[in-house]
Structure formats: C-alpha cells, structure tokens
Design a protein around this ligand. Structure first.
Ligand code: TYM
Length: 340
C-alpha cells in the first residue's frame, strides 16, 4: 500500500543573541511536537542575521549555540533536517530571482522593516529585501506549512504572493505555503512591558526569560513582572490585564493544562505574588532540562558541526533541484557544469 505523502514543514530562526521564552513557546515547541507526523526542515537563518551588523565571532558562536539550543529543546536530527542557511547556496541565489518579481512598495510597507529601519542610523538594502530571502527559504522546499509566531504573518503573506506571482508568470512551480500560527502563545509579551512583544532586540533586565537563564534569574524576572493595580487572576483581552493574561498563557503552555485547570490552580492564590511564584516554578521546571542539555551539547562543537553538515547535505538535495527548475522556467540555460 502506498503511504500518504507527509506534509512538509519549513521554518527558520535567526542566530542573533540568546533565545527567549517567546521563541520557544511561539515556535520551537511546535516544531518539536510536529516531528514524525510531518517532514520537517528547520533553518538557522544566518544570512538574515547579517541584515543588521553582526560581529563575525559572535555570529559564528551564535550559529552553533542556536543549533545546540534547538537540539536541547527536542529537535531530533533523525526526524528533522536541521541546517544553516548559508550552507545551502540556493537560498541566496533563489532570493535574487524572486526579488525581480517583488514590488518595492510591498517591501517598504513591511512593519518589521519600518520598525527596524527606524531604529538604525543607516539602513542597508538587505534589511529591505529580507522578506524576499525568507520567501526563497520557504519556496525552495515546497513547504506546505510554516509554523511561526504572530510577528511573521506579514512576511508569510508576501511569500504566498510571490509564489502565486511566479506561478502565474512562469507556470505552476511553487507550493503556496500556509502560515501556522498557534491560537495560544503566538505573541508572548515582555515581562517589563506587557504591551510589547518579547523580543531579542529589547532584551534587557526584566524583559524576557532567556533559555539559558539560571533558576534564580528566572525567579527574579517573574517576581518583577509588570501586572496591574488590581488582584483578579483572569484571562482577559483588556489591555489593562495584559500582564496577567501573559503570565496565565505562559503557565498554560509550560504545564500543558487547559485554561480551566490553570484558573483552578490559582483559585486560592492570594494576589499576584502567588501567581508569579507559580509561573516562575513552571518556567523553571521547563527551562532547566533544556539549559542543562544545551550546556552538554556546547561542550562538543565537532559533534554539532557534523550534525549541521549532514543537515545541509539533506537540504541541498531538495533546494538545488528546485532552483534548477526555477531557472529553467525563467529561461536560463542550466549547463551540466553548473548543476549540483
Ligand atoms: P526570529 O528569529 O525573530 O524568531 C523565531 C521564531 O520565534 C517567533 N517569536 C515569537 N513567538 C511568540 N512570541 C514572541 N514574543 C516571539 N518572538 C519571536 C517568531 O515568530 C519566529 O517564528 N524572519 C524570521 C526567520 C525566518 C523564517 C524563514 C521563518 C527566516 N526565514 C522562513 C519562517 C520561514 C525571524 O526573524 O524569526
């Protein structure tokens, strides 16, 4: 009997600084849980990272460190192709072809571009064309699904539009990918300001829990989490209650409980102090084994490099033939000597 083809999943993450709880709950956990049922490709997007200046040594370290963190969080290299973007040339090359069918105005209207460029003294072209490279990442793998946090929604809409435009101009070539944004946890907020999403670029004291934080640090961050002047522990869309809502969401995800069970756990809480304590315990329990495994993995860089080399080879086997198909459709000759 022929087996049904597994749906293909692609997602990416930047090796810029330390991973935080938002990355974990909004994205990585879903990648880990989807393994086995689907064909997973997870890409460490170092080419995206350089759209803002990276110290070369830091980039090298962060790329390895991110690989270790993903493995520690449960990415299984036997079930997921885990690789580094710059190890597969097709991404940068594919991005050029796609940029030639992407309207400039669409890129200028991207909210992430507007936010990031407003914070830079000089804005380099890569920051603008960033979402085209992201489209190349996804489309080269014929990904059916792209699991991401809420902040990537606009980029994925562009990827879909680019795929459709290409298919319209050159005939059916790309799968039009579907964003997979979880209903709960797709936008984890900062502990210091629950109206702003948790973000690497806002990292500072009290803003986020990093996946490498020690228990004591996590406890302290949660203790200082901004809430409101009331004392009601409820899920609420009210912007006033954003802090409490964020804490309950995090607790729910870390403990895998239903909202009813979560509220029952805090039914006897005496104010937000107890809530923060309970959330801190749940976060510490979830983060500790990941941090410990991460430290073990970082002790063996050769093993990590070997895994990434294997991942890149598997990724190239998919992306390179796809790129040839793209070039042929567009009218480029692809002589034998430039084929992989
Ligand atoms: P990046 O590296 O900023 O973030 C990685 C993933 O973490 C999610 N995320 C969050 N989820 C919930 N709450 C938060 N506070 C939070 N902060 C971050 C992000 O939504 C993302 O899913 N452009 C992408 C990387 C990328 C990519 C791709 C993604 C490059 N190519 C192809 C998917 C497919 C980015 O910068 O993610």
């Amino acid at each position: 009997m022929s087996q049904a083809k597994k749906r293909r999943v692609f997602s990416g993450i930047q090796p810029t600084g330390q991973l935080h709880l938002g990355n974990y709950l909004g994205a990585i956990r879903h990648w880990v849980r989807g393994q086995g049922q689907k064909e997973n490709f997870i890409c460490i997007v170092d080419l995206h990272a350089i759209t803002v200046f990276q110290e070369p040594e830091a980039l090298r370290h962060n790329t390895r460190s991110l690989a270790a963190m993903l493995l520690a969080a449960g990415i299984d290299p036997d079930q997921t192709t885990l690789f580094v973007q710059s190890h597969v040339r097709a991404h940068a090359e594919g991005s050029w072809f796609l940029s030639c069918i992407t309207p400039l105005g669409r890129l200028e209207r991207m909210t992430q571009y507007k936010d990031k460029s407003a914070r830079q003294e000089r804005v380099d072209t890569g920051l603008l064309t960033y979402p085209v490279l992201q489209a190349a990442d996804i489309l080269l793998y014929d990904a059916d699904e792209v699991p991401v946090g809420e902040d990537q929604k606009q980029h994925l809409e562009l990827s879909r539009d680019i795929a459709q435009r290409f298919n319209h101009l050159y005939g059916d070539t790309f799968v039009v990918p579907e964003p997979k944004i979880a209903k709960v946890g797709a936008r984890i907020m900062g502990f210091d300001d629950p109206t702003a999403k948790m973000s690497k670029s806002l990292a500072g004291k009290g803003h986020s829990v990093l996946m490498t934080d020690q228990d004591k640090v996590i406890e302290k961050t949660l203790k200082r989490a901004v809430t409101d002047s009331g004392n009601e522990i409820v899920y609420s869309e009210d912007p006033e209650k954003a802090g409490v809502n964020n804490l309950l969401t995090i607790y729910q995800l870390m403990t895998d409980k239903t909202p009813e069970q979560v509220l029952a756990d805090f039914a006897d809480a005496r104010g937000y102090g107890d809530l923060k304590k309970g959330v801190a315990e749940a976060v510490i329990e979830g983060v500790r084994p990941i941090r410990e495994r991460y430290n073990e993995l970082m002790a063996d860089p050769a093993e990590l490099d070997g895994l990434l080399a294997r991942g890149a080879e598997q990724a190239r086997a998919v992306a390179e033939p796809k790129l040839i198909q793209v070039k042929e459709k567009m009218g480029f000759g692809v002589p034998a000597e430039v084929r992989p």
